[in-house]
Design a binder for this molecule. Structure first.
Ligand code: ARG
Length: 578
């Protein structure tokens, strides 16, 4: 990470220009590595420095840049200073570059990284509540839920690694008319044995059947309404059945999320907020925000900027809606968890819903609504398994595991191993994640198993393969003690390129924290993979003099630590063999 050098160069600039050092921190960045060419390590962007609002011409900027560069002298950190277009480039003494970076990543074998960088100081710490995944009981778990699950997990991991306290919440669709139908349907088509055997599948089947039935038969619909009414009145028989459906669903999901390496601190749900809804209605009423329409529904009027600026809060039969429960849920979360910010992760079709939600909260006087954010993502087309359309999360995981296992068996690269299934599962999941995180989250994309699982190119398989290779290198050389090393022995360009790239890690995380898009970190890791692959080719460990071998091992374990660290933030569990 570049923090040491950023501070040193800022101090140098501060002294020369008689200005506070901190002024220069945001304008200093690591230089991106291009084609392994010898180049500068850090640069100062003069454009970023201009804060007084007067726009100078590019000629003036260039003059200023050259003048400043002329005033700066080399020192024990900076070996060379050069001028580019509106930037000043700094080349750091090679030995110091290697020493500082590799020492900041711990002592070689299994070094865990300590993340601290001045860049993170300006980020809000505090408590972040991230709500993600949030499937609906008895309904399909579709590609959108999968995206919410992995994106939310990434955001939670990122925030946590930057020092926030994070609450991971799953908000189940566990209330509403679907339970009326399910209650009635279970009486007709349900079986306790099948519910135990294969709960999610069985609930879904019952739900599909009863829906068909209700379309044909009005009595079923009436019975369903009646069941839901009994549920809302907390009649014990209805509640018991509902509770069973919920418990069994949560325990199934828990296990599947575990396969993904995902956990939640709280399984909340729409059902938790029935009392809260009543309170919200009272408050809205007292604040004069609730209007009654001719049809007898109750609404809140929102300012014209909000798309669809009439928001229905209560149906004419007195039942609450999705949005009503969300208002109550948000207020409840704020009271319970005192979050500083709250993030909702759903597909972009719900963007309007969340804008309405935040606006209602604001109108009720909750200024913290400004710190609630919706992170929208695009649609995935064509996510299918061999047996057809995706209905359950488990299907996707099993399909990717099966396909990966087959690829591994056919591949020459794969080694014999004891836990091939487990590895195939982890690698398959990484492939799904990488495919999903490559572009901007808002973009829709077409799903294609063959593309997802490719070993070459920028895929999850490639990332895992890089990690496994580095791990194997470290295993094979475990007699080399890299806890001390001579940084002067890392002078070849392929090694320097890896180091230069590692310099960028804190910036990449900082950048990710700004817009919560995973692509910055993913692209950084993919490039790290390519750079270490060349370094691995150019810089053999076996057969090199002991001190050289030692220094190279230190380089590779540094690269591996950062790779593993970044993969884990993305939600990928690194494998050591494949
Ligand atoms: N269960 C909802 C669905 O599947 C997503 C819930 C999103 N979160 C929220 N607070 N509304 O569409």
């Amino acid at each position: 990470m570049a923090c040491f050098f950023r501070r040193r160069i800022a101090t140098k600039l501060g002294k020369t220009l008689q200005q506070p050092d901190d002024l220069f921190i945001p304008a200093l960045s690591a230089v991106p590595v291009f084609r392994k060419q010898e180049g500068a390590d850090m640069r100062l962007s003069i454009n970023v420095l201009r804060t007084n609002g007067v726009l100078p011409t590019s000629g003036e900027i260039q003059q200023q840049t050259e003048h400043l560069a002329y005033q700066l002298k080399q020192d024990s950190v900076v070996e060379e200073i050069s001028v580019g277009s509106a930037v000043i480039n700094f080349k750091i003494h090679r030995k110091l570059l290697a020493k500082q970076i590799l020492e900041s990543f711990g002592t070689g074998h299994h070094g865990k990284i300590e993340l601290n960088s001045e860049l993170f100081n300006s980020l809000n710490k505090g408590t972040t509540l991230v709500e993600y995944s949030s499937p609906n009981i008895a309904k399909k778990f579709h590609a959108g839920h999968l995206r919410s699950t992995i994106i939310g997990n990434f955001i939670a991991n990122l925030k946590q690694s930057l020092g926030n306290k994070v609450i991971r919440m799953n908000y189940l669709g566990d209330w509403g008319m679907q339970f009326g139908l399910l209650g009635v349907g279970f009486g007709q088509f349900g079986s306790q044995a099948q519910l135990k055997e294969n709960p999610l599948q069985h609930l879904f089947e019952v739900y599909v059947k009863v829906n068909k039935e209700a379309e044909r038969n009005e009595d079923t619909m009436l019975a369903a309404r009646d069941f839901f009414r009994r549920l809302e009145r907390h009649e014990s028989q209805a509640v018991l059945l509902w509770q069973q459906f919920r418990d069994i669903t949560v325990s199934e999901y828990r296990q599947i999320y575990e396969r993904l390496g995902i956990r939640f601190d709280v399984y909340s749900g729409e059902s938790f907020h029935q009392e809260g809804v009543k309170e919200v209605l009272c408050q809205l009423e007292n604040q004069g925000l609730l209007k009654t329409t001719e049809m007898g529904t109750r609404i809140v009027e929102l300012p014209a900027e909000v798309q669809s600026n009439i928001c229905t809060i209560l149906r004419s039969d007195g039942t609450s809606l999705y949005i009503t429960r969300d208002v109550a849920a948000a207020i409840d979360r704020r009271e319970k968890y005192h979050f500083d910010e709250m993030i909702y992760v759903t597909d972009k079709s719900q963007a309007n819903h969340f804008q309405q939600l935040f606006q209602i909260l604001r109108q009720m006087g909750h200024s913290w609504a400004d710190r609630c954010h919706h992170i929208p993502f695009g649609l995935v087309q064509g996510m299918k398994t061999r047996s057809g359309e995706v209905v359950f999360l488990e299907d996707i995981l099993s399909e990717s595991r099966a396909r990966m296992l087959l690829n591994m068996k056919q591949s020459k690269m794969t080694k014999e191993m004891d836990n091939a299934e487990d590895t195939a599962e982890k690698v398959g999941i990484s492939a799904l994640i990488v495919q999903d995180f490559k572009g901007p989250l808002q973009r829709d994309y077409k799903f294609d198993w063959d593309k997802v699982l490719q070993a070459q190119g920028d895929t999850g398989v490639f990332l895992q393969y890089t990690h496994a290779r580095l791990s194997s290198l470290i295993r094979k050389n475990d007699d080399i003690d890299a806890s001390t090393f001579d940084p002067a022995l890392l002078t070849e360009q392929s090694g320097i390129s890896v180091l230069q790239h590692l310099l960028r890690y804190d910036e990449v995380l900082y950048h990710s924290a700004q817009d919560l898009q995973p692509k910055h970190l993913l692209n950084f890791l993919l490039k790290l993979g390519h750079l270490t692959a060349s370094a691995h080719r150019d810089l053999p460990v076996k057969g090199s003099p002991q001190q050289v071998a030692q220094a190279r091992m230190r380089l590779f374990s540094g690269a591996r630590s950062v790779l593993a660290h970044g993969m884990q933030i993305l939600g990928i569990i690194p494998v050591d063999k494949m």
